[in-house]
Design a binder for this molecule. Structure first.
Ligand code: SF4
Length: 398
């Protein structure tokens, strides 16, 4: 248990112990930009992926960041994108060797790689495993060709099925990403997608509602026949019922897992742990005894590589104020279906319970949260209104 923590003044925290540390690595290229995607992903120009130059930049970025995480062990590594599986197995092997040479990884460290189900990538899955990746996350989204086309995916359903079979053979644990509330999708179509996904007995499923984000192709040209809120809500009920019947527990808003297969990396985010984020546009959150800092790296890949090689990969850094911490913490922790011990708030933020007592009381009174001694968890209704619950913890207007 961490030492009691004191706030000296607004924006100035004092932490008795630092939280677990994860590493996120962003590889920012994709074959084609999906029209709904607001991630930092860039189309590969005619096969010209600058793999070696980017790996050099990542190594320089990591070396410059080492003093900020000195002496800390790494709980998990997540290689996300973009489409990291566009990198060669030799490139991923080099990346992991560069990381291992500079950061101590915990024994059994979970190392996830995001992959798309294209044929060319599927042939590399075994080699990714041999390079040290322990968990593959496959961006399937749907098993219906019409829906895959409607959301601009480059793979088809047959490739998705083949990729899952290959992942199941090569990895002890893997994740299937699905989306729902797709253009033209009805309950029967979603049921078919779920049945297909569950037929592979996946250790982990992540299921996201398609949302129209600003600055995407779908924001300027919204797709026709999007399911309305009522249908989307029925879809979520269907997802909850089907996954539970298949033995997958919904442990976070969008995440379902068999026992022993929860994603350690994401759990660390949701428990307001630390993460060093390297790569173009990567975000990080790092705690120090007297402050909690958020960082962002240069977003555009060429600018990132240039700056990283000069030891200046971070484009923006700011300390989170004590007033912002209740919302920041709850934004993450309230996503956990099992909830959390309130002591975690003190350990991760340095805040006392008085900082959140009023908001918790309001949420309990509305039936959104359930408090059992020192344990807090969202109710089923609270899960449905999660952003309203989280907003109760926003800093009071000055
Ligand atoms: S493959 Fe993923 S990261 Fe790449 S554009 Fe599509 S949604 Fe975005």
């Amino acid at each position: 248990m961490a030492e009691p923590i004191r706030i000296h003044r607004r924006g100035d925290v004092s932490l008795g112990a630092l939280p677990p540390l994860s590493l996120y690595v962003h590889l920012p290229w994709c074959l084609r930009k999906c029209p709904y995607c607001d991630f930092n992903s860039h189309e590969v120009a005619s096969g010209a992926l600058p793999e070696d130059a980017y790996l050099d930049a990542l190594r320089a970025d990591l070396e410059a960041a080492l003093p900020q995480v000195w002496g800390r062990r790494v709980l998990s590594v997540f290689i996300g994108g973009g489409t990291p599986s566009l990198f060669s197995p030799a490139g991923i092997d080099r990346l992991l060797a560069d990381i291992r040479a500079r950061l101590p990884l915990e024994p059994g460290c979970e190392i996830t790689l995001e992959a798309n189900p294209g044929t060319f990538e599927r042939d590399r899955f075994k080699a990714f495993r041999a390079a040290g990746v322990t968990r593959l996350s496959i961006g399937v989204q749907s098993f219906a060709d019409a829906h895959l086309q409607a959301i601009g995916r480059v793979h088809d359903a047959a490739q998705a099925r083949a990729a899952i079979e290959e992942a199941a053979a090569a990895f002890d644990t893997f994740n299937i990403d699905l989306m729902y509330a797709l253009p033209g999708q009805d309950l029967a179509a979603l049921r078919a997608d779920l049945d297909q996904a569950l037929s592979f007995d996946p250790p982990h499923l992540s299921i996201y509602h398609l949302t129209i984000e600003p600055n995407t192709a779908f924001a300027s040209r919204p797709p026709a026949r999007l399911p309305d809120d009522d249908l989307a809500s029925d879809m979520l009920d269907l997802i909850a019922g089907r996954t539970a019947a298949a033995g997958l527990a919904r442990y976070e808003v969008s995440a379902f897992a068999r026992p022993g297969h929860r994603c350690a990396h994401n759990l660390n985010y949701w428990a307001f742990g630390d993460y060093l984020g390297i790569g173009a546009g990567a975000h990080g959150k790092l705690s120090f005894p007297d402050r909690i800092v958020r960082q962002v790296r240069w977003r555009e890949p060429a600018a990132y590589m240039r700056h990283a090689l000069q030891g200046r990969a971070v484009s923006n850094e700011h300390a989170v104020t004590a007033g912002e911490l209740p919302f920041e913490f709850m934004l993450n922790a309230l996503r956990l279906a099992d909830g959390f011990e309130l002591q975690l708030l003190a350990e991760r933020t340095g805040l006392g319970l008085h900082a959140v007592d009023d908001a918790i009381g309001q949420a309990v009174a509305r039936g959104w949260l359930q408090r059992d001694g020192g344990h807090l968890r969202p109710t089923a209704r609270g899960f449905d209104f999660l952003s309203d619950v989280q907003q109760l913890f926003l800093p009071a207007a000055p």
